[in-house]
Write a protein of this length. Structure first.
Length: 312
């Protein structure tokens, strides 16, 4: 049972509801994507990093834009990061503050990857890009590599971790799954418990999946729904963050439970009373800032430890 929305999250929602964005069905895809940049106003002051630069990395169908963050105090680990946005929006800029913060808190280089988005590029384009970018990182990095993402990006990170295991390449040191979506069949009980009034709604999730997975027969494909993968053992240790008032809370929590039951090490951090994407709103939500610091410590520890030798 979830705790009620806390006062800070409720105040944040009240401000958002005073000037609500139009439903995605009522605007063009371009306008819907532009509106995502409003989150930058509540992401907090951008954390300084020692080096930042745009580059390209291999995707499944060509080169992908990426952005590299190198903090001043760092070990030799690398986090390959996939932004959220329902597979439709979000980009290198919307997640720039979060990636800066993760680089600093985790003491590692972060490479944020701009994968192909729906509806122009429906499933499996995004996940194929995520797998290709992860393979590039594990093949070319001298140090340990983790993969991570938030929301839909957490989905891509989870699938990339599964593909890394199955592909027999260099094992990952960790998978960082921030309030991930893991079940495109939308069977999570929290989607019915927390239907409205929390920025993300069940109707919005249905719309996102309609863009990404217009062929409903594909929604049980493990590359779309990693929760439904046949195996969850022999995977990189997982750091899973969920929010108590998030409609997709149970996607992350059921995935964490399935990993743990299969023997995959899991560190699950549940933040009661707060909402989906709360780490993206760290400038307004203290729990977002707290989660970044906690995740950074877990990530730093996992990268220093490196891949489990048993997975090699």
């Amino acid at each position: 049972m979830s705790h009620p929305i806390d006062d800070e999250a409720r105040d944040f929602l009240n401000l958002a509801e005073a000037n609500p964005p139009p439903p995605p069905r009522d605007v063009s895809i371009e306008e819907f994507r532009r509106l995502a940049h409003d989150a930058l106003q509540v992401s907090g002051d951008p954390e300084p990093v020692e080096q930042i630069g745009d580059e390209e990395v291999p995707g499944a169908a060509g080169r992908l834009r990426a952005r590299r963050y190198v903090p001043a105090q760092r070990d030799d680990g690398l986090l390959v990061y996939f932004h959220g946005g329902g597979f439709v929006r979000g980009d290198l800029d919307t997640h720039d503050p979060l990636c800066r913060a993760l680089a600093g808190a985790g003491g590692c280089t972060v490479v944020s990857v701009a994968y192909r988005r729906a509806p122009e590029h429906p499933f499996p384009a995004a996940v194929e890009d995520a797998i290709a970018a992860t393979a590039w990182a594990t093949a070319g990095s001298a140090g340990p590599v983790a993969v991570g993402g938030d929301s839909s990006g957490g989905n891509l990170a989870a699938v990339a971790a599964l593909a890394t295991r199955d592909g027999g390449g260099t094992p990952l040191a960790a998978q960082l799954l921030l309030y991930p979506v893991t079940d495109a069949t939308m069977s999570a009980p929290s989607l019915d418990e927390l239907t409205e009034g929390r920025m993300l709604t069940r109707a919005a999730m249905e719309w996102f999946y309609d863009q990404y997975l217009p062929d409903r027969a594909l929604r049980r494909d493990p590359r779309a729904s990693p929760l439904l993968a046949p195996r969850h053992d022999e995977l990189a240790p997982a750091i899973v963050v969920t929010a108590g008032q998030d409609p997709v809370r149970d996607d992350g929590e059921r995935y964490a439970a399935k990993l743990e039951a299969a023997g995959t090490p899991v560190r699950h951090l549940r933040y009661e009373g707060t909402i989906h994407s709360f780490m993206l709103y760290a400038g307004a939500l203290r729990k977002g800032r707290d989660a970044i610091e906690a995740v950074g410590s877990e990530l730093r520890r996992a990268l220093r430890k490196g891949p489990n030798p048993a997975l090699k």
